[in-house]
Design a binder for this molecule. Structure first.
Ligand SMILES: [Zn+2]
Length: 176
């Protein structure tokens, strides 16, 4: 049995996936691997190697790719679509949850980054952080840093989703 189409996976019902005519597949052989198939092909982006590095587990790559494409459903989007009245960040409660806040500015994420030895302190917005990681990740010595960064983004998103669905919020040190 090969790739099975499923409608139960995160992000496949999002407007972004619909816009790009995309579908998420569950690879039943690998058991923990999701694949994304898009009918609309786009030019290769500068951050390609950061996300699809051979050292990065596919389950991390998929989540980071969705984050990069702004395809994750953050609370600012849910508020805009009328699906929630509370757009506050579930990890800190101090700001509206959007991509920049969740992965760059959130105090929880910064503490988690420090615990994982992944320095976000120099960055205040998403684009600056990604551009910096592209430079670092393109060096041989930077492969490890790029992998840790992908793990960081994945851990932040998983913790955020867990808390959103009722799991107790752990400390950044517990997550790391
Ligand atoms: Zn926050």
């Amino acid at each position: 049995m090969g790739l099975e189409e499923t409608s139960q996976t995160a992000g496949c019902d999002s407007p972004w996936m619909q816009e790009h005519n995309g579908t998420v597949f569950w690879d039943s052989k690998a058991m923990d691997v999701y694949s994304v198939r898009l009918r609309n092909r786009a030019p290769k982006v500068l951050w390609y190697k950061l996300v699809w590095d051979r050292n990065c587990p596919p389950r991390f790559s998929l989540i980071v790719w969705l984050i990069m494409r702004k395809a994750i459903v953050t609370r600012d989007k849910l508020l805009k679509w009328g699906k929630t009245r509370d757009a506050s960040c579930p990890l800190c409660g101090l700001a509206v949850e959007n991509r920049d806040h969740l992965f760059v500015q959130c105090l929880f994420s910064r503490r988690l980054a420090a615990a994982m030895k992944c320095n976000l302190l120099l960055h205040t917005d998403w684009d600056t952080m990604v551009n910096s990681m592209i430079i670092v990740g393109n060096t041989r010595a930077g492969e490890w840093h790029a992998l840790v960064w992908c793990m960081l983004l994945t851990f932040i998103w998983k913790e955020r989703c867990g808390v959103t669905h009722g799991s107790p919020c752990r400390t950044p040190e517990q997550v790391a």
